[in-house]
Design a binder for this molecule. Structure first.
Ligand code: 3PG
Ligand code: MG
Length: 397
C-alpha cells in the first residue's frame, strides 16, 4: 500500500474520530435522489463504530459560499445516513463551536454524529488554519474518506490533516488502490477512452493521457474537433474550430510517445440533436454540410471492441456519443458492454469515473460489472490530468 495509513493502522477504540466524507449527494425537494455516495461512505463509518470509536462525520454540501443556506443543510443527509447504517445519527447544527462540542461530547463509544455543512463557514474553502484547529478539537484522530473532494485544498481536507494523527478511510483507500492499478502501475497495454463535448476542457487530461497510455480512444464531441483538425468536414457537428492547432499538437505528442490515437472512422449523423431524429451512417470523410455527428458508427465500434481484446487495462472517462438520446447511445452501450464482458472473464481491468461517465455506464447497465467505478467527478479528472490531489498529499505527509 502507498505511504499513508489506513484503518488497519490506527487504534480507534474510545477515541473521537473526525471522518471527512463527501456526502455532497443529489437532492430534490429535501430528499436524497441518489444515495451512492452515502452507501459508499457508510463502510468506514460502520467499521469505526464497530471498533468502538465515537464517530464525527463532517462534509460539505453544495456551494453555500459561507452562508447558512437552508436548502444546503446536511440534516436530510444525516437522516439518509441513519437509514443506510440502521443506527441513529446525532446531528449538530454547526460544524464548530458550542453546538458541535455539545453533540460530540454526548457521544458514547460506537455512536455517530454528523455536523452541519462545512461550507456554511467561508474559512473552510480558505483552508483556514484556525478553522481547521476548531474542527480538530472535536477529534483525537482524523480520517479522510473523501477522495471525490481531494482536489480541493480546504480546511477539512488539507489543513486538518496537519493537526491530528490521520489515516485514509476505506473508500479513499479503495479509490487510490483502483486508480493506482489503472495508471500508476497498470497491466499493459493500457487503453483510455476519453469522450465528452470539448477538447478545451480536457486539454491537460489529453496531454497527460498520451504520455501514459498505449491506446487513446476519443469519442464524443471532442472527436469532431480532432477530425476537423485532420482536414475533415464535420458539417453541423459540435466542433471547436479554434482548437484545431491544439488538437494537432496533441496528435503529434501522441505519435512521439508511441500512443495509438484512435478516432472514429464512421459516424451516426442526423440533421438535429433530438431523440429518434432521422439518422444514417457515413464515413467520417463524407459528413454532409447540413448534418451533425451524434455517435460513433458501427464499424468503429467493432474496431474498438477488437482493440479492447488486445488490452489489459481500460480507463474510461466520458461517453462516446450523445448517450442521453436514443439511438445515439448505441456506441457507448456496445463498447461499455464489451468492456464489461472482458472484465467478467478477467481479461480486462476497467476503471471509470468523472462527470457523465457513471450515468452513461449506468445507462448501459454495466456499473456493477466494471472493476471499479469512482465516486468522484472533478477529483477523478484532476487525477487523470496527473495532478497532485491536496487531500491525498496531506495524508501522505
Ligand atoms: C463533487 O461533487 O464534485 C465534490 O463533492 C466536490 O464538490 P465541489 O465541486 O463543489 O468542490
Ligand atoms: Mg464538482
Amino acid at each position: 500500500m502507498a505511504n499513508f495509513k489506513t484503518l488497519d493502522d490506527i487504534d480507534v477504540k474510545g477515541k473521537r474520530v473526525v471522518v471527512r466524507s463527501d456526502l455532497n449527494v443529489p437532492m430534490k425537494d429535501g430528499k436524497v435522489t441518489d444515495a451512492t455516495r452515502i452507501e459508499r461512505s457508510a463502510e468506514t463509518i460502520r467499521e469505526l463504530m464497530e471498533k468502538g470509536a465515537k464517530v464525527v462525520v463532517v462534509s460539505h454540501f453544495g456551494r453555500p459560499k459561507g452562508e447558512r443556506v437552508a436548502e444546503m443543510s446536511l440534516k436530510p443527509v444525516a437522516d439518509a445516513l441513519a437509514v443506510v447504517l440502521g443506527k441513529p445519527v446525532a446531528f449538530a447544527d454547526d460544524c464548530v463551536g458550542p453546538a458541535a462540542k455539545t453533540v460530540v461530547n454526548a457521544l458514547v463509544d460506537g455512536e455517530v454524529a454528523m455536523l452541519e455543512n462545512l461550507r456554511y463557514h467561508k474559512a473552510e474553502e480558505k483552508n483556514d488554519p484556525d478553522f481547521a484547529r476548531q474542527l480538530a478539537e472535536l477529534g483525537d484522530i482524523y480520517v479522510n474518506d473523501a477522495f471525490s473532494t481531494a482536489h480541493r485544498a480546504h480546511a477539512s481536507t488539507e489543513a486538518i490533516a496537519q493537526l491530528l494523527p490521520n489515516a485514509a478511510g476505506r473508500l479513499m483507500q479503495a479509490e487510490l488502490v483502483a486508480l493506482g492499478k489503472a495508471l500508476e502501475h497498470p497491466a499493459k497495454p493500457v487503453a483510455a477512452i476519453v469522450g465528452g463535448a470539448k477538447v478545451s476542457t480536457k486539454l491537460d487530461l489529453l496531454g497527460n493521457m498520451v504520455s501514459k497510455v498505449d491506446v487513446l480512444i476519443i469519442g464524443g464531441g471532442m472527436a469532431n474537433t480532432f477530425l476537423y483538425a485532420q482536414g475533415k468536414d464535420v458539417g453541423k457537428s459540435l466542433c471547436e474550430k479554434d482548437m484545431a492547432d491544439t488538437a494537432r499538437e496533441i496528435l503529434a505528442k501522441a505519435e512521439a510517445a508511441g500512443c495509438t490515437f484512435i478516432l472514429p472512422t464512421d459516424a451516426v449523423i442526423a440533421g438535429e440533436f433530438a431523440a429518434n431524429a432521422d439518422n444514417s451512417v457515413v464515413s467520417v470523410d463524407a459528413v454532409p454540410a447540413d448534418q451533425m455527428i451524434l455517435d460513433v458508427g458501427p464499424a468503429s465500434v467493432e474496431a474498438l471492441k477488437a482493440k479492447l481484446t488486445e488490452c489489459k487495462t481500460l480507463v474510461w472517462n466520458g461517453p462516446l456519443g450523445a448517450f442521453e438520446i436514443t439511438p445515439f447511445d448505441a456506441a457507448t452501450n456496445a463498447v461499455a458492454q464489451a468492456a464489461a464482458a472482458l472484465t467478467n472473464t478477467g481479461a480486462l481491468l476497467t476503471v471509470a469515473g468523472g462527470g457523465d461517465t457513471v450515468g452513461a455506464l449506468a445507462h448501459a447497465g454495466v456499473v456493477d460489472q466494471f472493476s471499479y467505478v469512482s465516486t468522484a467527478g472533478g477529483a477523478f479528472l484532476e487525477w487523470l490530468e496527473g495532478k497532485d490531489l491536496p487531500g491525498v498529499a496531506a495524508l501522505k505527509r
